[in-house]
Design a protein around this ligand. Structure first.
Ligand code: NAD
Length: 540
């Protein structure tokens, strides 16, 4: 690799940042105190505080109580006590709170976008996408919740004489453990359907991003949510996360596959249900007939969104040999046009990585690949002149399986290009590894792309879009196959998973069985005749 061939993206903030400038001016100490009131620490008051680091300038954000497992247990008790009254309200009454929240969120979105950027360092557009997603989910579950949760009449065992319904009963207390990369969407978007379904919620904030969740909890209180129905717990990730799993009736976990396995084991020991939204290594296939400009734009959007710290973002691009060179040129043009910067407005395309740990992981993946023979076509370097954790959008080729980033999740703005000889070869490369979260296919032939999509191991497949289309299609389930998780968020499954299905049957003729004093054989013959008749009538 020579430095003259590597393209670097544009930058909007040339001077090094002054430390301490990342805190939005309107975030006063008084406001911070008022949000901290929503940390559930009733047992011990917490043993100290913890403070994260603002990615834009590595200054401390704001201290929040560092809770303990005992605090989580106490929060769960309060939530458990508050849940029955909440569940007794009609779905419509619960939805009304969520709709008020929706309206206030749309009105005050700048506040939460500031907090997301301060705590997590992303570009404002990506913070806005979180707002959009949560607002859409709030409206959707508020409007459709009653339909998703409606009783379902089914045919009972004895026609006419009996009735049967499947009804939905809330789980009770639901735990939501979310990561730092989408503190609003993942911390709140999964809580909303749980609340609409009549559960109380314990939300575990990620240690990097507690303020976003606390701001939201305060807004939900203004919207009318009763005091203890949604508890927010803060503190060291593993200890607090484990305590959440130990104290709830269902756990909704989003995070890495490694932690997801631990959560699944712990939940299994307690025999509680779990939905696990885990890591990905998402492929994008460019077929020979693709519109290459569209494919390049879709790739850049999906690869560099959220500075590449998005579970469904694209890390592997599999391109048909015939169009490889032309696509590469188009992609490099898109990559070098990305504007990097730290601005609390919409002037930048790509923000910072979230932490020193993220910077080290991304840098190590690229260094390992380069040391083993990969070629850097764009980026490939940290950008400390913009901010301490900035990293250039990066495109690599000649990546081989012995390199860590080939099949291991990088979780940064780094993509590798691979050549495919035909669709079968592209499919083979796309299905390599053990992840199965999201995928994308660019092709003008929608029917062939659809057929190919069904053979890709991925919970969502976007045709002619990189990632946002499936995520934004909130009426359909979203989640992972294989090592990318269990269960789905969004759509019907995204709310029904927070309920138990209960079957209620009733008989108008008393207990079902052989009539008293009648020979059993007669009853058996009657039953057998009934089987034949039902078969003839093509019933069931
Ligand atoms: P992580 O697994 O380290 O942490 C996720 C959450 O779990 C955090 O809140 C953390 O404090 C908590 N936690 C840590 N140890 C725990 C334990 N032993 N028990 C219970 N909770 C525990 O994940 P991360 O690195 O912070 O997040 C990035 C990962 O999340 C990536 O792999 C990414 O792909 C994945 N992710 C998946 C989705 C999805 O929808 N599939 C969405 C976003 C992120």
């Amino acid at each position: 690799m020579t430095s003259t061939t590597v393209r670097q993206p544009e930058t909007t903030t040339p001077e090094p940042p002054a430390a301490g400038t990342a805190r939005p001016a309107w975030v006063t100490d008084r406001k911070l105190e008022s949000w901290s009131r929503w940390v559930a620490c009733p047992a011990t008051g917490g043993d100290g505080t913890m403070t994260a680091t603002a990615p834009y300038d590595a200054s401390p954000t704001a201290a929040v109580p560092a809770g303990t497992p005992a605090d989580v247990a106490a929060a769960a008790e309060l939530a458990r006590a508050a849940q029955p009254a909440w569940a007794e309200l009609s779905v419509e009454a619960r939805a009304a709170v969520v709709l008020r929240f929706h309206d206030m969120l749309v009105e005050r979105q700048d506040e939460v976008m500031d907090l997301i950027q301060w705590e997590m360092g992303k570009a404002r557009f990506h913070a806005w996408q979180e707002v959009l997603q949560v607002a859409n989910l709030a409206r959707h579950y508020a409007r459709q919740g009653a339909t998703y949760l409606a009783d379902r009449k089914v045919r009972a065992a004895v026609p006419l004489a009996t009735t049967a319904r499947e009804v939905r009963v809330p789980k009770g207390v639901v735990g939501i453990i979310s990561p730092w990369n989408y503190p609003f969407y993942l911390g709140v978007g999964d809580a909303i359907p749980a609340l609409v379904a009549g559960n109380a919620v314990i939300g575990k904030a990620d240690p990097q991003t507690p303020l976003t969740l606390l701001w939201t909890r305060a807004l939900m209180a203004e919207a009318g949510l009763p005091e203890h129905v949604w508890q927010v717990v803060t503190g060291p990730g593993a200890a607090i996360g484990e305590a959440v799993v130990d104290n709830v009736d269902f756990i909704s976990f989003t995070g890495s596959t490694a932690t997801g396995r631990l959560v699944a084991e712990r939940a299994a020991r307690r025999l509680i249900g779990a939905s696990l939204e885990l890591g990905g290594k998402n492929p994008l296939i460019v077929r020979a007939d693709a519109d290459l400009e569209q494919a390049a734009r879709g790739t850049a959007l999906a690869a560099f969104a959220n500075t590449g710290q998005m579970c469904i973002h694209i890390e592997r691009v599999v391109v048909h040999n015939d169009v490889y060179d032309a696509f590469k040129e188009a992609l490099l043009a898109q990559t070098s046009a990305q504007k990097l910067g730290r601005a609390f407005d919409f002037s930048c395309d790509v923000g910072s990585l979230a932490s020193q740990a993220q910077l080290e992981k991304v840098s190590a993946h690229v260094a390992d690949a380069v040391a083993k023979g990969a070629t850097v076509l764009a980026g490939g370097t940290a950008r400390p002149e913009i901010g301490p954790y900035f990293y250039s959008p990066t495109v690599l080729e000649n990546v081989t399986e012995d390199m860590d980033l080939c099949l291991g999740e990088t979780f940064g703005p780094v993509i590798a290009l691979y050549r495919a000889s035909d669709d079968e070869d592209a499919l083979r490369i796309a299905n390599q590894g053990s992840a199965g979260l999201s995928a994308s296919i660019f092709s003008k032939d929608l029917a062939t792309a659809d057929a190919l999509a069904r053979r890709v191991r991925a919970g969502s497949v976007n045709i002619n879009d990189g990632a946002a289309l499936a995520a934004g299609t909130i009426e359909a389930g979203m989640g992972g196959m294989a090592d990318s998780g269990l269960g789905r968020r969004h759509g019907g499954e995204g709310i029904r998973k927070y309920t138990e299905s209960q079957t209620i049957v009733a008989s108008r003729i008393g207990p079902i069985g052989p009539p008293p004093a009648s020979p059993l054989e007669k009853f058996v013959n009657m039953g057998n005749n009934q089987l034949k008749i039902l078969r003839k009538l093509r019933m069931r």
